[in-house]
Design a protein around this ligand. Structure first.
Ligand SMILES: [Zn+2]
Length: 275
């Protein structure tokens, strides 16, 4: 076993020691780097992505992305405060940008740095559709799914997990980061996480959109449009590491009433019109 690999495994062991329970999933999250280390790198990487793309500003669509993002962020905050996790998002620096690109993509980096690509807007179809996507992407970030994907990639490639996580001027680390957080899209759509993480993000995302005042019954409609867009290209679920569109649509329908009940606890009993 080479030194790099030994260091990587030692890093992973440390991870298991330093894992904390995630309030959104109720599961232990392995935080192989603290937010203090990760967030500055993520913020720098976000700025880099923005500098390399055309950011749309001042349009109705750009304003909609900001509006929905702010409401989802407030929903996450309210939910955490009500459940005894005040200050959990204190280091988040939420930002919501629309990027001019045909890619069907959207993502949320650690610390609340969000991007939507104009290519996903026809599938979102309306503000409630945007909220369904936003809820899902923010849920991945809140549940630390990207961190898990990144730590697995680091381990696989023999990069030390502990210590210096700075991404600047390290193309290999930048590339792993971008893939871990879905900045890179897959053929025809968003790069999915594992089946388990996708399902978890769907469930948390539904609650966030409902609490933000968007009808969670529309999330399954969004994924029907996503399915139509993929033109039946997706592999059958048993061959794939992520949920099939049909499973996802069925789950979202099944869970929508629970999301509405959760929102009602916060006084949200009516949802914004679909437009
Ligand atoms: Zn996802």
């Amino acid at each position: 076993m080479n030194l790099k690999k030994s260091i990587a495994i030692l890093g992973l062991l440390l991870v298991f020691i330093s894992c904390a329970t995630n309030p959104f999933t109720g599961k232990k999250t392995m935080a192989f780097v603290s937010n203090d280390q990760l967030f500055p790198s993520a913020f720098a990487q976000y700025n880099q992505v923005l500098s390399e793309n055309k950011v749309v500003t001042g349009t109705k669509d750009a304003e909609m992305i900001t509006r929905v993002g702010q409401r989802i962020a407030v929903a996450a905050e309210r939910w955490l405060n009500a459940n005894g996790h005040q200050g959990y998002l204190k280091d988040y620096k939420w930002e919501y940008k629309l990027i001019q690109s045909e890619q069907v993509n959207a993502w949320c980096m650690p610390g609340g740095k969000i991007a939507f690509y104009t290519g996903i807007l026809p599938i979102a179809a309306n503000e409630t559709g945007v909220a369904a996507i936003m809820g899902h992407e923010v849920a991945h970030a809140l549940a630390n799914h990207g961190q898990r994907r990144m730590s697995a990639a680091y381990l696989q490639q023999g990069i030390a997990l502990a210590g210096n996580v700075a991404l600047t001027n390290d193309p290999q680390k930048q590339s792993i980061f971008n893939q871990s957080y879905g900045v890179v899209s897959s053929v025809g759509g968003m790069l999915p996480f594992s089946r388990y993480h996708e399902t978890q993000a769907d469930e948390i995302g539904l609650r966030l959109m409902a609490l933000a005042g968007y009808n969670p019954s529309e999330a399954s409609e969004l994924w029907k449009r996503m399915k139509a867009k993929s033109g039946g290209q997706a592999p059958p679920e048993f061959l794939s590491t992520h949920p099939s569109n049909d499973t996802r649509i069925a789950n979202l329908k099944k869970w929508a009433p629970a999301a509405k009940q959760e929102a009602a606890k916060f006084g949200v009993t009516e949802f914004r019109p679909i437009n």
